[in-house]
Each structure stands twice: as C-alpha cells, then as structure tokens.
Design a protein around this ligand. Structure first.
Ligand SMILES: NC(=O)c1ccc[n+]([C@@H]2O[C@H](COP(=O)([O-])OP(=O)(O)OC[C@H]3O[C@@H](n4cnc5c(N)ncnc54)[C@H](OP(=O)(O)O)[C@@H]3O)[C@@H](O)[C@H]2O)c1
Length: 322
C-alpha cells in the first residue's frame, strides 16, 4: 500500500472529493472526516496519513497526523489553514487551476458589466413597468481598479482590457501587464484609489489585508466618474472588508453600489442591513467554487509527482501568508 491520505473538509461534501480521488490513487487508503471536519476512526489509522486535502481543517484533526508530509488546500485561499494556531512544518499547497480561475473571471466580468451597464437601474425600472432609456457609459470611460493581480485578478484583468475598460491594479510587488496601469505598495495606494470607479478586491486574507477595505479607503475612490459614484466588488475574502463601513458608505452615497460574494461572517446573518440595501448584489461565496471533478486530477498528479521526488507546484509562502 502507498501512503494514505485524509480528506478533511468542514461544511463541504467530503465524499464528493473522496469519490473523485479514489480511482485516481487506487492503491492507497483514503480516509474522510465527517461534514463537520471530525475524524471518527482510530488514531493508528491517522498515524499513517501523509497527505491532508483540507478545507477549514480542525486543529484537533491536524494534531493527530504525526506522519503528515503535505497539506493541500482545496481552495485557492489558504487563510483557513493559517487561522490554525499549530501548523506542522510541512509544505502547504493551494489550488491554481484553469477551472477555478475561469469561474472567478466570469464572476468579476459579470459584476463589472452589471454595474457599468446600469443593471440595477434597469431592474428597478422593469419591476415598476417603466420604459425609460438611460445611457450606460462606454467601457472605455470606466476605470476598474483590481486589488490583487494574482492568478484570479490577472485573468479578470485580461478580459476587462479586451472589453475596453481602463484597468489598473494594486499589488504588493511591481507588476507589468499589457493594458493595465500598475500600482504597488502603500505609497501608491491612494493614487490607485483616486482613479478607480469600480474597485475589485481579489486579495488573499492576511494580517496586511484584514479590515483593509474600510470607510476611509472607500472615501478615496474617484467621486466624479461616470457611474454616479464608486462601486465595490469583493470576491476575495470578507475579512478584508469592514461590513459596517460598507453599509455606511452605501447609505451616505460614498458608494453607489456593491457586489459582495464574501462576508465577515458566513453565512451572512439574516439581520445584516446589506440584504435590504438597493444596488447591492449578494452571492453566497460562490464566485469560484472548487469542483472536485475539475480539481481532483491535479491533486492526485501532485501527490504522485511528489513521491517521484519532483517539486510541488503552487506552494504557499508561509511568511507572506498566501
Ligand atoms: N469568492 C470565491 O469563491 C473565491 C474563490 C477562490 C479564491 N478566492 C480568493 O481570491 C484570492 C486571490 O486568489 P489568487 O489565486 O488570485 O491569489 P494570488 O495568485 O496569490 O494573488 C494574490 C494577489 O494579491 C496581492 N496581494 C497580497 N497581499 C497584498 C497586500 N498586502 N497588498 C497588496 N497586494 C497584495 C498579491 O500581490 P503580489 O503579486 O505582489 O504578490 C497578488 O497579486 C484568494 O486568496 C482567495 O481568498 C475567492
């Protein structure tokens, strides 16, 4: 038998991952937690585990894996792993996959076009049976500022450039991408914001990005753009924004609209004022879902390559936290 692996997901359908992985790695034990992330079997079985495929793994599960060699995050983000207090000194690998990237690109482009084409106004007119033309600005008149030009942000940026939007990016390190005006670091942040009509957040959640999108930041966005005020789209992590500030900004006109896929508390509580605000699109953290059908093959391939002595791809840098 080859080294065993554990699928440990909290809130996800564990078996849908195990079902896909088993035929790809047939000659090794594949154990699963329950839907709450708890493993009910013997410690002796866990002692054989070399690999964990994890989404929001429990600390007590990781603590029971003395032979662990690699942690595979089942999502692109790894904040759910760094949120733990004790991490074994093993590589952490995240998902980078065309399927996941395409899904996020669709979401971002969908929401940018929704606001640029005045979707909220036309939906309101339709509900009231009003026939009134209001001209949307052309894409080239709208500036989309993307915070985080990584795998996801980079892909969305390329499509938005093709559609004719003015695209700018803000990152930690310098970036160059055709058609994109790049800004990086704290010194250039205000200049980036000052020219942004639609702010797209595709940042990982780290100590540096936690609570970053607050009222003072939103007040620095371009106020005289063609959409009647700035728009916020957050598909990164809810921990990067301050929801009470977004509500205040929508109420006082600092923001003209928002599309939020991620929230400080998920599910978004039923009493959140966001549900009732006009010009807000709420989706339940589905911008880019990890599909086991698309992703299991990549993880199985990485495990086999690792055992052949090859380097793991898409390793996370623990010092950066992403
Ligand atoms: N809503 C969903 O369904 C969903 C699905 C998948 C992923 N996500 C989220 O999307 C995030 C991005 O994914 P990805 O694959 O594009 O990640 P990535 O390739 O690691 O890119 C992250 C980008 O953020 C920038 N960044 C990080 N910290 C920063 C800081 N303090 N200041 C400025 N820029 C900073 C990085 O800058 P450098 O290039 O300079 O390093 C990089 O450009 C994930 O971490 C996850 O949280 C959400």
């Amino acid at each position: 038998m080859k080294p065993a692996l554990l699928v440990a997901t909290k809130g996800w359908d564990v078996e849908s991952w195990a079902r896909r992985i088993r035929p790809l790695l047939p000659d090794r034990p594949i154990l699963c937690t329950d839907r709450a992330g708890i493993y009910h079997g013997a410690d002796a079985d866990l002692a054989e585990i070399h690999y964990i495929l994890a989404w929001k793994p429990l600390q007590e599960t990781l603590d029971r894996l003395p032979s662990l060699r690699v942690i595979f995050s089942l999502g692109a983000g790894v904040d759910h792993i760094f949120a733990l207090t004790r991490l074994p000194d093993v590589p952490i690998v995240r998902i980078v996959d065309p399927d996941l990237t395409a899904r996020m690109t669709e979401y971002v482009v969908w929401q940018v076009l929704h606001h640029q084409r005045l979707g909220p106004a036309y939906s309101a007119h339709q509900r009231e049976r009003v026939w009134r033309d209001i001209d949307p600005p052309a894409a080239h008149q709208v500036s989309v500022g993307i915070m985080g030009l990584g795998v996801m942000g980079g892909s969305a940026a390329r499509i938005l450039v093709r559609l004719g939007f003015k695209v700018r990016s803000w990152t930690r390190s310098p970036k160059r991408m055709a058609g994109v005006e790049s800004f990086h670091g704290a010194e250039r942040f205000d200049a980036f914001l000052a020219g942004t009509d639609i702010l797209v957040a595709l940042l990982p959640l780290t100590p540096d990005t936690r609570g970053l999108i607050d009222l003072p930041l939103l007040r620095k966005l371009r106020r005289d753009g063609p959409l009647g005020g700035p728009i916020l789209i957050n598909a990164g992590r809810g921990g990067s924004h301050v929801e009470a500030d977004i509500v205040a900004a929508l109420r006082d006109g600092t923001l003209a609209g928002a599309s939020l896929d991620v929230f400080q508390t998920e599910p978004l509580p039923a009493d959140s004022p966001l549900w009732d605000l006009g010009n807000v699109v709420i989706t339940p953290h589905v911008a880019a879902v990890s599909d086991p059908v698309a992703l299991a093959g990549q993880i199985a391939g990485q495990i086999e390559a690792f055992e052949r002595g090859e380097k793991l791809k898409n390793r996370v840098d623990p010092r950066r936290g992403y």
